[in-house]
Design a protein around this ligand. Structure first.
Ligand code: SAM
Ligand code: SF4
Length: 328
């Protein structure tokens, strides 16, 4: 049985981008009202009182966009300093990163995943739903700043959408040849924008690998903290290319994670709402932390069964919330 020791924490459900595959501009997204969001103090109480004692040692801060959280640096500093914390990482769209990279590094963050779906500013702006001055350069500057500051490994996430950015696969993969960067191609999931998914469909990771193989050849590779990604390397490249194939492969057997939403719900599974626990309401009602820990422990014990049911049902699950709300 997998040891479940990894928690993905959504710091905010809001975002400064409206990516077409995640929070399309016309979507009626129900954000949690501010009073329903976990405060930094509540989040730290839950981490120290519930998750650390249960053996969680690896944390990823995500969102929504984690860098819009006003106390993101202080939260990083608190979590990074606990002796139990073995790994602390963040997934960000990179727009606010150039100004914050050094502070985040100094606070103890070492690993970053930055979303970069296109190298072409026009296409990038279309994907992120931006009608104003291009935001591509700010994100690119953020990536460069993170690299300079020393984040390692530095991973770039690309959601591949047929007919939108799949013609850039080779250019994106080529970033890894001269740079110690790790580009990860993610299969587009029917979560966030079902219409786009039905219009465009998704591309199987193996098809992408074949395109790269045809151009340069491809060997297996390695990178720290690869989670469910399959890692490869262009021969002689400094970095790696990874593939996250949640549509074409079932990861349930390997799943080692739970997700805590910004409004304090603990979910055992990205695709499934079975068993989720409202930790925030209970904490505010004064329920003893020991009792919350017991509930989470029971959910940990139930998780293999939840994963098994999902796998056996052959369904890709319930998609009633977007990645930004769950903490992708
Ligand atoms: N805002 C940050 C960012 O974009 O990196 C962190 C949150 S975002 C929800 C986390 C990851 O989920 C991103 O890499 C994003 O590309 C991915 N994601 C969102 N919607 C997706 C979808 N429908 N299919 C596949 N990946 C998706
Ligand atoms: Fe925001 Fe990230 Fe979703 Fe894009 S993928 S809308 S940046 S949360």
């Amino acid at each position: 049985m997998n040891r479940i020791d990894y928690l993905r924490i959504s710091l905010v459900d809001r975002c400064n981008f409206r990516c077409t595959y995640c929070m399309p501009e016309d979507a009626d997204i129900q954000y949690a009202p501010s009073p329903q969001l976990l405060t930094p103090a509540e989040l730290l109480i839950l981490l120290r009182g519930v998750f650390l004692p249960l053996g969680f040692t690896r944390f990823r801060l995500t969102g929504g966009e984690p860098l819009i959280h006003p106390q993101v640096v202080e939260l990083v500093r608190s979590i990074a300093q606990w002796p139990e914390t073995q790994d602390l990482s963040m997934t960000t769209n990179g727009f606010l990163l150039a100004a914050k990279a050094q502070d985040l590094y100094d606070a103890g963050l070492r690993r970053l995943n930055i979303s970069l779906d296109s190298l072409e500013p026009d296409i990038f702006d279309r994907i992120i739903g931006n009608r104003g001055p291009s935001r591509w350069s700010a994100v690119w500057d953020g990536i460069q700043a993170a690299y300079r500051v020393g984040f390692n490994p530095l991973k770039l996430n690309v959601v591949v959408i047929p007919g939108v950015n799949d013609h850039e696969i080779l250019d994106l993969a080529a970033l890894t040849i001269d740079r110690d960067w790790h580009v990860r191609f993610i299969e587009f999931m029917p979560i966030g924008n079902h219409d786009l998914f039905h219009d465009r469909g998704w591309i199987n990771s193996e098809d992408l690998r074949q395109r790269i193989r045809d151009r340069w050849g491809l060997a297996t590779g390695q990178v720290r903290g690869n989670g469910p990604a399959d890692i490869f390397q262009i021969p002689g490249a400094k970095g790696t290319v990874g593939f996250i194939s949640q549509m074409s492969e079932c990861f349930c057997d390997r799943c080692n994670r739970m997700r805590l939403s910004a409004d304090g719900w603990l979910r055992p599974c990205l695709l499934n709402e079975m068993g989720q626990i409202d930790l925030r309401s209970q904490l505010r009602q004064g329920i003893e932390i020991e009792h919350l820990r017991e509930q989470v422990k029971a959910l940990l014990d139930l998780k293999p069964e939840i994963n098994y049911k999902l796998r056996e049902s052959g369904t890709t699950g319930l998609y009633t919330r977007t990645m930004s709300q769950i903490g992708g």
